[in-house]
Design a protein around this ligand. Sequence first.
Ligand SMILES: [Mg+2]
Length: 370
Amino acid sequence: MKISGIRIEHFSTNLDPPFRAAWDPEPRRSFSATLVLVETDEGLAGVGAGDAMVGFSESGFERHFVGEDPLRIARHVRVIETLDFHAGRYWPLEAALWDLFGKVANLPVAKLFGGVAERIPAYASCGELKGPEERAESAVRLKEEGFRAMKIRIDPRCAQEGIAAVAAAREAVGDGMEIMVDLNQAWRMAGDSTPSVDPLTVVGIARRLRELDVFWLEEPLPLTDTRGLAKLSRKSGLRLAGGEMARTTEDLLACLEADALDVYQPDVVLSLGMLRARTFAETVLRKNRLFTPHTWTDGVGLLANLHVTCGVGGGPYLEFPYDPPGWTPERRDFMLEEPVRVDPEGYLNVPDAPGLGVRLGEEYRRVLGL
Ligand SMILES: [Mg+2]
């Protein structure tokens, strides 16, 4: 079997009312997703998504893959890393290759990745900044829907409001639900050069969150501040999480060596790719730390992260981007025939279908010629 072509198609859906992402000052009025299709001379095709694949087609990067055996994935990963060095993070291509591999093997990718688990409890990852009353109501609803955990974003520059929202959520759900908090301090919108909040401010926030029994504190400082993170970890008594956009395994190994993080979150379609994330996850788990990737892209990216996490036995929870009415499965997974949903027990289940189990909606299948 040979790769006969790589198709990249961009799609977008309107968001009315807009989604007010905590990490973006501009309300989002549309949401884009880029589908990557790997075609073969035998008619089988694989689908991936996640990163926007900017510059891939314009640079003619298909030429490094067309004519090659699609199942030589470790070879393709090395080539994608050379492209990443010059241009973007083209990990959705690797996801499409694994989707194809699973279809050839007639197995879900999670099985190819080790098959440790077939399902994992989801945490509702809330994306908007909401006041205490609204966040408490949302926490109660999530608990009623079966979620065992949720994540709340705090703007560290208005920490008191954020902490009040976490306190209200804790008060509303009691200790029957885990609560994580994300400060997004290793994350920047393009063009935003404001410095991160200083470590002492973060120590103060962390102390308050410890009292509220927060399960982990995410991105309290930039990832490059490994010493600051290690110190905060010792002082705060909280698990620290991060690494969602880490560019290389070495960046994350530096954190592991410095004992800077307790929870490692490389997104398999944005950060290290699937194979590298899996290898790194084994190291993390053997060091008795947690591996549970970021998944905030779209339904296809969520599925890719689900397969890797279940395959390698990560957890204990997986991110499920969900903060209705602003962020819903219908918006997130607009390209899928049916959105990915959490079962009534609060679990995400690995699809039974071969590959990633991506079932695109009819109009997207038509555009891709599937
Ligand atoms: Mg995050």
